[in-house]
Ligand binder design. Structure first.
Ligand SMILES: C[S@@+](CC[C@H](N)C(=O)[O-])C[C@H]1O[C@@H](n2cnc3c(N)ncnc32)[C@H](O)[C@@H]1O
Length: 278
């Protein structure tokens, strides 16, 4: 039996197989970001497999996860490409499809954006000529633009899982839509599949080279729809615990795996701090 609200220092593939065989629990939501095989400097994990081996490995991750996910569960896979390997996210996507998943939504996570007055129209809420928001690490290249975006692929088993769009909805910009559209029963509309989420200015030191913001995990779990009981979120590649923090915030159970004990210790510290603040 797995213990809830714990990060196990284990290989996720072995862990998922143990759950499949020994445990009755099935997972409601998986939110995760695997290593991208782009040579990131992790503490323990070596992020430079042969490309073919990496895709085979990710296929096994997809297969194992499928076997422990509930029939109406969701797998939110955060993955980005690099300028020199822009097809990687789609090759990984294909491995998930090969493992039986349906791609239900493609979400674009925007880390930084510049908006100019001429593109906003008359009701300019920004009030300045242009604004640039968010953080990114510029690349030095005369060929490539800096990548300020990653994907979140939303996989389900059926492709038709109802989602709770308004739980992450945004207010109507033009309030007259509220009167005109019968479907608009509250001042909230679908935010669409382009999510601007900036990294917090100060990340928890430099304890991990490839994190996603807690808010990304939070939006995914809310979009799937969640209950306070009889519900569990799993992050196979937990890193320093941002999925766990999102679960704490929402009041749902989580379980995680991570092969690096130092990352787990760090995650446990920030989880404890968050618990003490609540
Ligand atoms: C992209 S990072 C995840 C970061 C996480 N989303 C966060 O915000 O902290 C991927 C993590 O997977 C871990 N990892 C690599 N192979 C693993 C495996 N087989 N099982 C579990 N964790 C693994 C790495 O140590 C790394 O921390």
């Amino acid at each position: 039996m797995i213990s809830r609200n714990r990060i196990y220092c284990e290989d996720c593939i072995e862990f998922m197989e143990k759950i499949r065989i020994n445990d009755k629990v099935r997972i409601d939501v998986i939110v995760t970001s695997p290593p991208y095989n782009i040579g990131k400097k992790y503490n323990t994990y070596s992020d430079n497999m042969e490309h073919k081996d990496y895709l085979e490995w990710i296929y096994v991750v997809a297969q194992r996860s499928y076997s422990i996910l509930k029939t109406n569960g969701s797998f939110f896979l955060n993955i980005g490409g690099t300028s020199v390997d822009p097809l990687l996210p789609f090759q990984v996507l294909n491995k998930f499809v090969d493992a039986g998943y349906k791609l239900q939504n493609t979400i674009h996570w925007i880390k930084s954006i510049s908006i100019e007055k001429e593109d906003i129209g008359n009701s300019n809420p920004i009030g300045v000529d242009s604004v640039s928001i968010g953080h990114y690490k510029p690349i030095r290249s005369n060929r490539f633009l800096t990548n300020t975006h990653e994907y979140v692929f939303h996989f389900t088993k059926t492709g038709s899982k109802p989602i709770d769009k308004l739980s992450i909805g945004v207010p109507y910009q033009d309030k007259s839509n509220l009167r005109r559209w019968k479907s608009a029963i509250q001042d909230k509309r679908d935010r669409g599949n382009v999510w601007f989420i900036a990294y917090p200015t100060i990340q928890h030191g430099r304890s991990h080279p490839a994190v996603f913001p807690e808010k990304l995990a939070k939006l995914c779990i809310k979009l799937h729809g969640f209950r306070p009981t009889d519900f569990i979120v799993y992050d196979p590649f937990m890193g320093i615990g941002n999925t766990a923090l999102a679960c704490l915030e929402l009041g749902v159970d989580f379980v995680g795996t991570e092969i690096d004990q130092e990352y787990i210790e760090y995650a446990n510290q920030i989880i404890a701090i968050k618990k003490n603040c609540d």
